[in-house]
Design a protein around this ligand. Structure first.
Ligand SMILES: NC(=O)c1ccc[n+]([C@@H]2O[C@H](COP(=O)([O-])OP(=O)(O)OC[C@H]3O[C@@H](n4cnc5c(N)ncnc54)[C@H](O)[C@@H]3O)[C@@H](O)[C@H]2O)c1
Length: 395
């Protein structure tokens, strides 16, 4: 979308140069012709220095430097949930446009506060529910919308979460990560979440059954106890014609669509530092290519964990061990961020972006799921009308 953008790049500040931002937002902002990255901010000196050296933006530990700089028109806030509401409110008050990472705050009340602030400032916060922008999910939605949307939806996310979720309490993933799924359930079905029933075998191994206000059932399986060699995400939707499946953002299959390709593949994110084989597998081999890449990266990590004292790793294994396959799937990070930057210049244009209200819906669904786990009962969301079972969908 973006290379045709002819207007002045947007002056941007990045707040939070942690694990996620350094792999995604920082290179995306640095490489995008839409962004003029002016500041990188992190409380941690080492992190901000590395981010500044990479991007040639100014580094600071004080967000006030960004708020006070009139050249900063927009900020990307990529700190953890407990700091998000405070920093987002400050940025809005300073007159900045905000791209806020999910989940949008530490609680539903945090998001209420931001909604009030957003209204007072007349500005729209853009939420990092960027999976809506992934090419594979966009294609799946196009196919589903041809025949009135999904009648039955299944989403699975199996993550090796304890690699990155250090510092989060057990069970936190429902709020900080399953929020993506609550958002996708609403986006794919075009309806609100009416009720949630949750069961779990152990913290962060959850199964949820949602019913949407248009009657569509949505099954979510979420586990933080997977491995890196297991495909992380799968979507399956059944509709009036047949169905659509999406494997790990790299492959979409359309069942019962005579005039559409049966299988479409989507390239992953091909970074310059990848081994040649990895880049080839990501280019166009779909699920099979990504599986090969996952396996090889996982095996290299196994070798690292099993190294005997004094033993060193072969250079090739060391290179593979650095790869995190989950970040090589195009989940829409760059296109969402670039659409945000475009929206700063063209606020009247319509983008399929999520906002704070969507974050609020996800936070309420997460709370309902936790209540259901505790009570063992279905929880009905208070702010939406009950489901209409088997509401007629257009043919
Ligand atoms: N959208 C996605 O697909 C996606 C994927 C992964 C993570 N995330 C989100 O990104 C956010 C960050 O996750 P992470 O894994 O990178 O966390 P992290 O802990 O690695 O990084 C957070 C960084 O923020 C810095 N920080 C905290 N308070 C600050 C402040 N007041 N001013 C400046 N810097 C501050 C910390 O020093 C740290 O470096 C989380 O909200 C997470 O949910 C989104």
């Amino acid at each position: 979308m973006t290379k045709e953008f002819k207007v002045k790049p947007v002056g941007v500040g990045l707040v939070g140069c942690g694990n996620f931002a350094c792999i995604t937002h920082l290179p995306n902002l640095h490489q995008s012709s839409l962004a003029d990255l002016r500041w990188v901010c992190d409380l941690d000196e080492d992190r901000r220095s590395k981010a500044a050296a990479y991007s040639r933006a100014k580094g600071t530990g004080r967000v006030k430097d960004l708020w006070d700089d009139p050249a900063v028109e927009a900020v990307v806030i990529a700190v953890r949930d407990d700091q998000q509401a405070l920093l987002c409110a400050e940025a809005l008050k300073a007159g900045k446009k905000v791209y806020l990472e999910k989940p949008g705050g530490g609680s539903s009340e945090d998001i209420d506060g931001l909604l009030a602030q957003e209204k007072a400032c007349g500005s729209k916060v853009w939420m990092g529910f960027q999976k809506r922008f992934s090419p594979a999910y966009q294609e799946a939605k196009r196919l589903l919308d041809q025949v009135g949307g999904a009648r039955n939806l299944f989403l699975r996310m199996t993550d090796d979460a304890w690699r990155w979720a250090i510092g989060y309490p057990p069970g936190a993933l429902m709020r900080v990560d399953v929020c993506h799924f609550f958002d996708l359930a609403r986006w794919f079905t075009g309806a609100e979440i009416a009720s949630v029933y949750a069961i779990r075998s152990r913290p962060d191994d959850d199964s949820l059954l949602l019913q949407m206000t248009n009657g569509v059932p949505v099954s979510l399986i979420f586990s933080g106890h997977g491995t890196m060699d297991m495909p992380k995400e799968r979507m399956e939707a059944i509709n009036e014609r047949g169905g659509v499946t999406v494997e790990d953002y790299v492959e979409v299959c359309a069942f019962g669509y005579p005039d559409e390709a049966f299988r479409s593949t989507f390239p992953g994110i091909i970074r310059k530092d990848l081994p040649v084989e990895a880049a080839d597998w990501l280019k166009g081999q779909g699920a099979q290519g990504l599986r090969k890449l996952r396996r090889k990266a996982w095996q290299a990590r196994q070798k690292v964990s099993n190294l005997a004292p004094g033993e060193s790793l072969l250079e090739e294994d060391a290179r593979w061990a650095k790869i995190i396959p989950n970040f090589l799937r195009d989940q829409g990070w760059r296109s969402s961020l670039e659409a945000f930057l475009a929206s700063v210049r063209k606020p009247s244009e319509d983008f399929p972006a999520a906002g704070l209200q969507d974050a609020k819906c996800a936070a309420e669904a997460a709370s309902a799921a936790r209540e259901s786990q505790e009570s063992g009962e279905i929880q009905y969301l208070k702010t939406v009308s009950p489901a209409e079972p088997f509401a007629p969908l257009p043919s």
